[in-house]
Design a protein around this ligand. Structure first.
Ligand code: GLN
Length: 242
């Protein structure tokens, strides 16, 4: 990227955009603009090529059939894999998270290959669907406040040695493996089960993506009062007994 501009790519809004995940693109762009960056946001529909020159790629959640189609098309396209090879940042939610792993079970009950950007494998959970508000502690290496989000998935995601858990759940199920892990990350690629939109609930995670893109350790502070009010409300909701 050039010194003062940032290209945010919102991947397949026509297939992967549940629970307001598009808000992740809005929040990322807004917070970058507040730091004086010029932001180009590109929404790439599933019948278009994935540009390889983006800085931050955001992928949302989706239902099982759109998830299968999105994985097939991303696989065929190859652009996202090339962008990551060039150092791009990827932040993927739920179905998006499953797609960037090695494989998942699709709506036809088949094992479907993902993009292999994260060393994770998703199977279909035998138990009840994971649904509800989540509160989790983000990997301390990332130095971020507690993660708040909303989950709704049947998939159970197992992590391989090539990734670290993004967070550890205090409330909720996360990866659904029963070991308390939530999401996965390595280098510039992060996957999470958190909807919300998660970057509106956790603006410091949006800032992390921007910092990775700019290769800086800190950003000028911005007014976070609105976000803090939203966080307080959602954290209280997560703590309320079901
Ligand atoms: N279809 C996937 C699952 O149920 C992802 C759902 C989602 O993105 N919310 O596991």
């Amino acid at each position: 990227m050039s010194e003062s501009s940032l290209r945010v790519v919102w991947v397949y809004p026509d297939l992967l955009s549940t629970y307001g995940d598009q808000g992740n693109a809005l929040v990322t762009a807004r917070r970058a603009e507040q730091r004086g960056l010029k932001v180009t946001r590109t929404d790439v529909r599933s019948d278009q090529r994935i540009p390889t020159s983006g800085d931050i790629y955001l992928i949302g959640g989706g239902e099982d059939r759109p998830q299968r189609l999105a994985a097939e098309r991303l696989q065929r396209d190859g652009g996202l894999q090339r962008a990551v090879d060039n150092g791009a940042i990827v932040f993927a939610v739920c179905a998006g998270y499953q797609i960037i792993g090695h494989e998942f079970i699709n709506d036809l009950g088949e094992r479907q290959p993902g993009l292999g950007l994260l060393d994770v494998v998703t199977v279909r959970g035998e138990g009840s669907r994971c649904v509800g508000d989540v509160l989790a502690d983000i990997d301390e290496r990332l130095g971020l406040p507690q993660l708040t989000g909303f989950e709704n998935h049947q998939g159970v995601t197992r992590l391989g040695p090539g990734v670290r858990p993004f967070a550890r759940v205090r409330i909720g199920r996360g990866n659904g493996t029963g070991d308390g892990t939530e999401g996965a990350w390595r280098d510039t690629v992060i996957g999470t089960y958190m909807h919300g939109p998660v970057l509106a609930r956790n603006p410091q995670v949006a800032d992390l993506l921007i910092k990775l893109a700019l290769d800086v350790n800190a950003l000028p502070p911005v007014d976070d009062r609105w976000y803090e009010a939203l966080r307080a409300e959602r954290i209280a909701a997560a703590r309320q007994p079901a």
